[in-house]
Design a protein around this ligand. Structure first.
Ligand code: TYM
Length: 332
């Protein structure tokens, strides 16, 4: 059984990009592997954020994860800041991380551009991400395509740490691999850039049927399809990508055929998609609603998850500290 780790920021609602790109995969993986899934609140604070709502957004993200099917009996689900070893390992890994690599990260460059003053935390973001995964010596990391560069850096950090500190002492960090889903990059409703809460181009996983339809109606399709009679190309249509996430295979074939032959207009295609999305998402929305009524239970589950994660994290840290030559006694 491989060890799997992944994380999600509590920076907003869970949307269908997160779901199709990563989280749905997590639900499957929990039946096959030894899994840890984390709400990464320490990552979320590297950009400006609302202090008064962070805790609530953290709980809401956890509710979302349980509602889509993460099962605390099968996977360890917890909040990053509840396991302080993430921050400790982050610091230790900073010492082997090349500054140039951090400055080259596209996510850093994008986010830094949008900020007047750049906090060091934003630069070190991928080191904390490396700490998240390496702390549990996880080898599989199910993520969307936008995380691949961070994964590459994570492997580099593991290699450098091993080269400097492993000393043949039997302890090394394995180099984690990314695990991509078939929907590794879901575009936003504008059809231009990746679906992202900060860009306001999302369909929320718990949007109501009415909202789903209102958002889908004006969503971008194949730009070459100007009139109803023009044939379209499903391979370059974001609506078709979303069909692949929500519609059964025979429907996908029908949709592709009717698009290529202009048998259907884009609105016909979207109506079928809306119906399939609503059928999949309604039970998840209802489950989230039930969980919201019992926030105490969700907090308890997260606390229990953090206790399990922390036991694993402590074991790693004892060995890491020893390999790095730190004076023993930290456990006291
Ligand atoms: P985050 O919170 O931005 O997104 C969570 C997961 O959703 C995927 N995703 C997408 N996939 C396809 N299409 C999209 N439009 C889309 N939008 C988001 C992301 O790729 C991600 O897998 N840095 C990470 C969180 C993190 C992490 C980790 C991940 C912290 N530590 C350790 C893996 C391992 C992030 O910001 O994800």
């Amino acid at each position: 059984m491989a060890r799997v780790f992944s994380g999600i920021q509590p920076s907003g609602e869970l949307h269908i990009g997160n779901y199709l790109g990563a989280v749905r995969n997590w639900v499957t993986l929990q039946h096959q592997h030894d899994c840890l899934f984390c709400v990464v609140d320490l990552h979320a604070i590297t950009q400006s954020y609302e202090v008064s709502s962070l805790a609530q957004r953290t709980i809401e993200m956890a509710i979302g994860l349980f509602a889509v099917g993460l099962d605390p009996q099968r996977a360890i689900v917890f909040v990053q800041s509840h396991v302080p070893e993430h921050s400790e390992l982050n610091w230790l890994l900073n010492t082997v991380t090349p500054l140039g690599e951090l400055e080259r990260q596209t996510q850093f460059k994008d986010k830094a551009q949008r900020q007047e003053s750049i906090p060091a935390g934003l630069l070190n973001y991928p080191v904390l991400q490396a700490a998240d995964v390496l702390l549990y010596r996880a080898t599989l990391v199910p993520v969307g395509e936008d995380q691949l560069q961070h994964l590459e850096l994570m492997r580099e950090i593991a290699r450098r740490w091993n080269a400097r500190f492993a000393n043949g002492g039997g302890f090394t960090f394995p180099e984690p691999q990314a695990l991509l889903s078939t929907a590794k990059r879901v575009l936003g409703l504008d059809g231009q850039v990746k679906m992202s809460k900060s860009l306001g181009n999302t369909i929320g996983l718990f949007d109501t049927p009415e909202t789903i339809w209102e958002k889908l109606k004006p969503a971008a399709t194949d730009p070459a399809r100007v009139t109803r009679k023009d044939p379209g190309n499903p391979d370059i249509c974001n609506i078709f990508t979303i069909h692949q996430g929500f519609s059964p295979a025979p429907t996908q074939q029908l949709v592709a055929h009717n698009c290529r032959t202009a048998g259907w207009g884009c609105l016909d295609c979207k109506r079928v998609l809306a119906d399939n999305m609503i059928a999949t998402l309604t039970p998840l929305r209802e489950r989230a609603q039930q969980l919201r009524a019992e926030p105490g239970k969700v907090s308890d589950t997260l606390r229990a998850g953090a206790a399990k994660a922390r036991a694993l994290a402590r074991t790693t840290m004892v060995r890491v500290r020893r390999c790095m030559g730190l004076l023993e006694g930290a456990e006291a």
